[in-house]
Write a protein that binds this ligand. Sequence first.
Ligand code: SF4
Length: 202
Amino acid sequence: MTDSKSGLEAFAGSLRKHGYAVSSFADARAAVEYLCANISGETVGFGGSVTLDELGLYEALGGNNEVVWHWRGRGEEERSRVAEFTVFLTSVNGAALTGEMVNIDGTGNRLACSLYRPRTVYFVIGRNKLAPDLPAAINRARNIASPRNAARLGLDLPCAKDLRCHDCNRPDRICRAMVIHMRPMLNAERTEAVLIGADLGY
Ligand code: SF4
């Protein structure tokens, strides 16, 4: 792949062409400052995301917003508040330079919130999520992000052992649905990709 800076620039160009708002930052701190300056007085929902966790966004946004995250609360109680979210943050499992974003989910709350209801959705994306095209982004989601998440969760799944997807049929399979974001959803007021020139999450 081209170097990450030109890769992020190419990705940004493709996203803009597809109608997404895009902001780009050289480092994590600048991205967090930007989000804190632009999100205030909202009910902010968080998708399960190592990227958001590494950025400390739950804590950073908590000063000026009501923040709701099942990773910080009691799980199902936070998930059930989906209808209250005015802003939703998530990352992606794969980002195609051609302008598509791929996410795989087990419970579905992350996918659901990224598609419907919150007025504003932010996709927060580190340079390590880039892939040359949509098949490569899907491959990244399935063979890099999902196995690493299975390992992080300590699940007894084949991918957690060798970090490769076996397309398992296990009852505790975490890959239950996959969404390819091709264009901003029609009912969203703003859908923005926040691109960061650093490795974040899986
Ligand atoms: S389909 Fe199964 S083996 Fe493949 S990444 Fe998901 S949980 Fe792991």
